[in-house]
Design a protein around this ligand. Structure first.
Ligand SMILES: [Zn+2]
Length: 264
């Protein structure tokens, strides 16, 4: 666990490029403004654009030092700051949750397909520009990006923020949106909910003990969508919540810190 230190690095590029606010760093997010109906891409990948020309860029944990933003044929190079990541060791997990057998791997592959399908839902209306609400009251017990060593074995980095809270504590939508996934029992994440917030941004809530929403349901910011639990791969009750842009996992703490400053 580490103290929550939010360093605000607000970026404003020169007028000949597009204005971006947010944080150009690994795990970070930036918001840009183009003309309506602009064609925007990041490293050759199409970026969703709102009807008012606003768009979001996200940078993964292992993002390269530079990225190319292209708007209507005009390119600019973005510098993406590197971050240092923690190492987190967790012991006492059931061995099958660390090294799944072939049948479990097939199940995990199918669940990953469902998550990828849920991420295809991209509303053109951003609902997150006023900032994110806290998804649960509790203590941050795991941060984004940590290299995981589970039962002594190196595993994928942590993709979200863990908030330790008692089983049954309310879990709330961080922003308004539409539920894109409500799964009763995923191998790693247990009861899992995903919500589309527009422009490719989605939030995920994992290890729930109860789910109160269904796919396609519209939710408001702060609405209770379920309860904290320890379903899936967990050593105790906590909420794992994540934020993704398209299929890129972002640091929820960075996104939470940055968003209130991007509204204009
Ligand atoms: Zn987690």
């Amino acid at each position: 666990m580490r103290p929550l230190l939010f360093v605000f690095l607000l970026v404003a590029l020169p007028a000949h490029g597009v204005d971006l606010t947010g944080r150009l760093e690994q795990g970070g997010l930036a918001i840009g403004q183009a003309r309506p109906d602009s064609a925007v891409s990041l490293d050759g990948r199409a970026v969703p654009v709102a009807s008012d020309g606003r768009f979001v860029l996200g940078f993964g944990r292992d993002a390269a030092p530079t990225a190319t933003l292209r708007i209507d044929g005009h390119s600019q190079t973005l510098s993406i700051a590197k971050r240092d990541w923690h190492i987190q060791r967790i012991d006492g997990l059931p061995p099958a949750k660390v090294t799944p057998d072939p049948a479990q791997l097939a199940r995990i592959a199918e669940e990953n397909r469902l998550v990828a399908q849920a991420r295809q839902v991209i509303s053109p209306h951003p609902t997150f520009l006023d900032g994110l609400a806290a998804p649960a009251d509790g203590i941050v017990s795991g941060v984004f990006g940590s290299q995981r060593v589970l039962n002594g074995e190196a595993r994928a980095p942590h993709s979200g923020t863990d908030v330790a809270a008692p089983t049954g504590a309310p879990v709330r939508a961080v922003a308004a949106g539409t539920v894109t996934l409500a799964h009763a029992d995923m191998y790693f994440t247990g009861q899992t909910v995903m919500i589309d917030h527009g422009l490719g941004l989605q939030s995920v809530y994992a290890h729930l003990s109860r789910t109160d929403v269904a796919v396609g349901q519209r939710v408001e910011q702060g609405q209770v969508i379920g309860a904290v639990g320890a379903s899936g791969r967990a050593t105790g009750p906590h909420l794992h919540w994540g934020v993704s842009w398209l299929d890129v996992r972002l640091d929820p703490e960075t996104v939470s810190a940055v968003l209130p400053s991007v509204r204009r």
